[in-house]
Design a protein around this ligand. Structure first.
Ligand code: CA
Length: 229
């Protein structure tokens, strides 16, 4: 069945581009140009994924994300006019999963949409194993395998990789990761995070300077990429 994508974007040319793309790539869509109509549409159509512009004529897209997060866990991708790190982090903090900056390429947009739809399916299937390309985690046994071999990880490396594997294909801010892995009080210890990301990369990336799993989102955080199984 086709996935239904909800678009909230007041810029007509961007909205049209999204609509044409979704028509061509076999997604169903509903669209609106303001927050008020978007909420009505969200409640009546029950979409599989939302794409929302942050600057809307009747307010901030972040408000819309906050509202739907109270009732839904579906993937939300934010559209921003430029690479405004503060705005992107704020949107991720209120519950957005990912972001795209305008102008965007259609291929990048489709890749992000597919990755986010996949993540949602993974979260719905209550399994005791998580598989991400060459990585496999046995949650109950607390073991992580890479190409069939058990990885030797320090406790922090394990917690960090586990957090990534539980949140694949989602843009995670530095603070979200530090909070989840190190706990409160460490949210500003960026150097810890950088150090452990480097040691993890050495264990799971073929080329740690061109990582395929742990992608750096410059100025924002990291995204753990899984191309699907
Ligand atoms: Ca706008």
């Amino acid at each position: 069945m086709k996935n239904l994508i909800q678009i909230i974007e007041d810029d007509t040319s961007v909205r049209k581009l999204l609509e044409i793309t979704f028509k061509e790539y076999e997604f169903n869509f509903v669209s609106s140009e303001n927050k008020k109509n978007a909420m009505i549409m969200f409640l009546s159509h029950n979409p599989d994924l939302v794409i929302v512009d942050l600057g809307l004529p009747d307010g901030d897209g972040k408000e819309f994300i906050k509202h739907i997060r109270e009732i839904s866990k579906i993937p939300v991708i934010v559209l921003t006019a430029r690479h405004d790190e503060k705005e992107i982090i704020a949107a991720l903090d209120v519950g957005a999963d990912d972001y795209i900056t305008k102008p965007f390429s259609v291929n990048e947009l489709l890749a992000r949409i597919r990755a986010n739809l996949r993540r949602n399916i993974n979260e719905e299937t209550l399994s005791d194993k998580i598989v991400c390309n060459d990585l496999q985690m046995d949650i109950a046994a607390r073991d992580i395998f890479f190409k069939g071999e058990k990885l030797k990880l320090t406790p922090i490396e394990f917690e960090l990789l586990k957090y990534f594997l539980l949140h694949t294909n989602k843009t995670l801010t530095h603070q979200q990761i530090l909070n989840a892995v190190w706990g409160t009080g460490y949210q500003n210890e960026m150097q810890y995070l950088r150090t452990y990301v480097n040691t993890l990369r050495k264990k799971i990336e073929e080329n740690s300077t061109r990582p395929i799993y742990i992608k750096t989102e410059s100025g924002i955080g990291y995204r753990f990429s899984c191309s699907g199984n």
